[in-house]
Design a protein around this ligand. Sequence first.
Ligand code: PEP
Ligand code: MG
Length: 561
Amino acid sequence: MVTSPDVRSTLRGTPVVPALAYGPAVLVRSEVAPDAIARFAASGLEPEAALETYELAAQAVSDGFARKAEKASGAAAEVLTASAGLARDKGLRGAVRKHLSAGEDLLTAVHSGVEQFVTVFTGMGGLMAERVTDLHDIERRIVARLVGEPEPGVAAPETPAVLVAEDLAPSDTAGLDPAVVLGLVTERGGPTSHTAIIARQLGIPCVVGVHGAMAVPAGTPLLVDGITGTVELRPDPAGAQERVAADAAQRSALASWSGPGATADGVPVKILANVADGESARAASTAPVQGVGLFRTELCFLNRQDEPSVEEQASIYGEVLGAFGDERYVVVRTLDAGSDKPVAFATHVGEENPALGVRGLRLSFGNPGLLDRQLEAVAKAAAATGAETWVMAPMVATVAEAAEFSAKVRTLGLKAGVMIEVPSAALLAHRVLEVVDFLSIGTNDLTQYTMAADRMATDLAHLTDPWQPAVLQLIAITAEAGFHAGKPVGVCGEAAADPLLACVLVGMGVTSLSMAAAAVRPVGARLASVPMDLCEDAAEVALSATDPAAARDAVRRLLLG
Ligand code: PEP
Ligand code: MG
């Protein structure tokens, strides 16, 4: 990459939020400056004094997390509160003391203590293994405090800027302010990474997986193009500002879109919201959506040790159903615990390959009561709120699984469906449709399993891309099966939130698109500008492309000229 101050160049990555931003680069440090560490390491402290110094630093880090938690909500607040507790954990303190007593200097003792926890957490798997990133985050922050440096991570830029980072931790993203963070560029991370999800929620133009991003000198003017996935260094300032202004004008036109979802020639396509709890459902209910296409019930229980009673579950689900009880409908997904969403009372621990293990519907194989109680609670909430309620199962791999689940749901008088996330289910969609009322394609997992690429693996972003032709083929097979069966087939993975891909999906025959509330207007407005026959052409060119970049380019040329 060229870093000379007056040379223009372009970096490429995976586009996440389709919008443009122009501003100076602010680099987010994820490590403490090595010279500060070297100076401190040379200073030397007696074990007693060292432990006291550690306690003060750990408490300050914990307080910092607690303050951020107060300002955050939902899952972000939970993560931050858990980190606040972990930073001042007595066990961690004990481990540091032990290593100090064994003669290690303070920084080495902190590292050894944290590593001891990392080993234990990793060995426990599931929920605990997920906390290893947080442990490393805590270690970096404590070390920064000890050596008298600011804690690493995102400090709000003083003037509007583009943040450039290796990747962002949950604690970094909790306080991002779109007023000063014009754009986000990360060296690592894929379209389903934490950074991508938060950028989408906040509507910040974002490109992830940008090789060479961290080598960009601080202050370099950047044009972030979240539509094409490019980051231009030192573009012509007037031209860049013009493009950003044109993009903003177009986006504000999109913001006035008010539904209902349809193509330019009036073919109806339901535009729905993805929600996690009552709070997000109430917020989404004010967007121009026709309902909820994905209520991720497991997200209500990430911090629960024990299974809530049927009554408690019914009241939690009732909050979401109640927000949409007005002629709209809600698709409730049964617990998708396990792998990237560990739930203490359901997840199997110690699996070697949790993404391929006992997760989602598979949890009910050895514990049918778990599913039965959840379905009972959903039915109670549906009866209490009067909301039209559809229920679907995640991680379905066979027709028999779909049939068994569907029979249980139909007995309760509710509409039954399954998610298409496993290639086997997509290939047999026509058979699955014989036993269910609807399908919903989870493109995040369908991409992961089709491409054999962990959706959390930051180095595999080019594979975990829903524009991959093989993934598009499976979606097309599923949509066509729905068309022939005369039953709805929706998409509720992140693919539905990409306005261009949304047109492709509709061209394949998908009947609903469910997404984060922030994506509703851009997607709805784009779809409203494209007639159905052009959506079909877009599907055809995307399906015949050989890779995601070619598919994106071909569809962009066709739809945007
Ligand atoms: C998906 O896999 O696309 C999906 C919607 O489910 P989740 O992202 O919750 O796994
Ligand atoms: Mg999934």
